[in-house]
Design a protein around this ligand. Structure first.
Ligand SMILES: Cc1cc2nc3c(=O)[nH]c(=O)nc-3n(C[C@H](O)[C@H](O)[C@H](O)COP(=O)(O)OP(=O)(O)OC[C@H]3O[C@@H](n4cnc5c(N)ncnc54)[C@H](O)[C@@H]3O)c2cc1C
Length: 487
């Protein structure tokens, strides 16, 4: 416990001591438990991990005291965005001890500021098949485990220009290859479905996109993780990664609420710091090829469409329009930056986004702008800075292999970031050229794929600890987001 937050010591057995593989293996695993039916209401109760009391031990028939089971290994997660929250949920369900630290309020990074589109994968089908396959797979899973969190309004890909018409064949074939369902609509049918569309449209494709509240879905993961024992600490910033030689032993944090620093020990530290992943990795002397790629979003007053409206072309600027309650959110743009703490929302981006999106939904050109903001995507680059080997979890690798896609294929970085892959990457830094043990980075992906990112990272964590603990998050229905606000 040396160096741990003194106020938390009683609740944190083993936060500094490394748990041996043998002790960890001796713990009961979740492997023998049957999965609940997907329709099961509420999250699964945490597996009992209670050490037996001295009284219980004395009453053993043999009379010999039974030693308490070894404490579960402790995993510390850096970053309270959707990825970190989903990972806390996954690891807590697998029976591990979890602490998540977030430097601000939870979801205050990219997660709380994105567009709110539950991707069907259609947007990425022609340019990034692994991301498209992840999106359609997770789209279906999230609807099941987060009932009530989505406006199940579907999306349209709308052809307006000759170039859009030419793109049709490529789009349909790619969606088919990624198992993203599409339905062709005539101009008249599309306008009946979505009267706010540009009446000059040529045709459209209907896909299973949906709208979500950017904050509420991750809060469901966090609330459920906390109910299952995870310790989630907002306003707690990692300022140092503590090491013994090249082995990470924990972190030093700054508690911004209490105004003090303290240390937390851990068996494994996971860097889930999104666009800050490279900064956090550098605290452990590690480099990860994560690029911060900001984009601007504009909210206009009024609900000018009821579906998610996309332009039928390769992903570009200002080509997504979607409703969020009584606002319409339009976006986005894309560039790359060295510092995700220094991003602005350039005025010319907002003007361009309004102009481009008005080609899809004309009322946007006349609508009053309510807000303009930016956020940075955490994208993985296959460019110059490569450290370690990207290792996705076994299930993720299997899914891509079934589609004939190598799990580690990434695009080279470009000035706009549009060429960078959107699929997830998990780095075990023990495989770096200069190996660093006990440190894992999870990055890339989308808000839509938060659960899959968590599964991939948790698989890597469990493999490193020598544990066989299957993922259960595809089936466990999450607590409502309001549970986050109750004690
Ligand atoms: C403009 C835009 C629109 C987007 N729209 C969509 C969309 O519609 N649908 C979709 O699926 N995806 C969308 N995305 C992508 C999505 O937002 C991201 O992929 C996702 O939110 C990343 O989540 P994360 O948890 O990995 O990162 P983040 O949410 O950024 O979380 C990382 C956290 O780490 C914390 N942190 C950093 N340093 C430290 C430290 N030293 N100590 C403690 N904590 C630290 C940060 O404060 C942050 O909260 C969009 C992205 C952008 C930029």
């Amino acid at each position: 416990m040396n160096g741990d937050d003194p106020t938390k010591q009683a609740a944190e057995p083993g936060t500094t001591a490394k748990t041996t593989k043998a002790a960890a293996k001796a713990r009961p695993t979740a492997g023998g438990r049957s999965r609940p039916a997907p329709s099961e209401a509420g999250p699964r109760a945490p597996r009992p991990k209670r050490a037996r009391s001295a009284v219980e031990a004395r009453s053993e028939p043999s009379g010999a005291p039974v030693p308490a089971p070894a404490p579960a290994p402790h995993v510390l997660i850096i970053g309270g965005g959707g990825t970190g929250g989903a990972l806390a949920h996954d690891l807590a369900l697998r029976g591990l001890r979890v602490t998540l630290v977030e430097r601000g309020e939870v979801t205050s990074g990219a997660t709380g500021r994105h567009h709110g589109l539950l991707h069907s994968g259609a947007r990425y089908a022609t340019t990034d098949r692994p991301a498209a396959i992840d999106c359609i797979t997770e789209n279906k899973i999230l609807r099941r485990i987060c009932p009530g969190s989505f406006e199940e309004n579907d999306g349209l890909f709308v052809a307006i220009s000759d170039e859009d018409v030419e793109y049709e064949k490529q789009f349909v074939e790619a969606c088919w290859q990624c198992a993203v369902p599409t339905k062709r609509l005539t101009r008249e049918a599309a306008l009946r479905m979505e009267p706010g569309l540009n009446p000059g449209l040529r045709f459209a494709y209907q896909v299973p996109d949906a709208t979500m509240d950017a904050m509420r879905v991750p809060l469901r993961f966090m609330a459920t993780a906390r109910r299952n024992g995870a310790d989630i600490r907002p306003f707690t910033e990692v300022v140092e990664v503590t090491m013994t030689g090249r082995t990470v032993s924990g972190v030093k944090v700054r508690d911004h609420a209490a105004g003090r620093d303290y240390e937390i020990g851990a068996d494994i530290v996971v860097n889930a710091a999104g666009p800050w992943a490279a900064k956090v990795a550098s605290l452990a002397g590690v480099s990860v090829p994560v690029v911060a790629s900001p984009g601007v979003l504009v909210a206009v007053r009024g609900r000018h469409c009821n579906m998610v409206v996309n332009r039928l072309h390769a992903p570009g600027d200002g080509d997504i329009v979607l409703p969020q309650r009584l606002r319409t959110i339009v976006g986005t743009s894309s560039w790359v930056t060295d510092d995700p703490d220094e991003i602005t929302a350039p005025a010319d981006h907002a003007a361009m986004i309004v102009r481009e999106s008005a080609a899809l939904v004309p009322a946007i050109a006349r609508a009053e702008v309510a807000a303009v903001w930016s956020a940075a995507r955490p994208l993985v680059s296959g460019g110059a800075v490569v450290s370690g080997q990207a290792v996705a979890g076994p299930r993720h690798r299997g899914r891509l292999a079934a589609a004939g896609i190598p799990a580690a294929g990434v695009a080279a970085p470009t000035g706009t970031g549009r060429g960078l892959a959107r699929d997830l990457r998990c780095f075990d830094h023990a495989t770096d050229k200069t190996p660093t043990e006990g440190f894992v980075t999870i990055a890339g992906g989308k808000a839509t794929t938060l659960r899959a990112m968590a599964e991939a990272a948790a698989d890597v964590v469990c493999a490193k600890l020598g544990l066989t603990l299957p993922c259960q998050t595809t089936d466990v229905v999450l607590l409502p987001h309001t549970a986050w606000y109750s004690a």
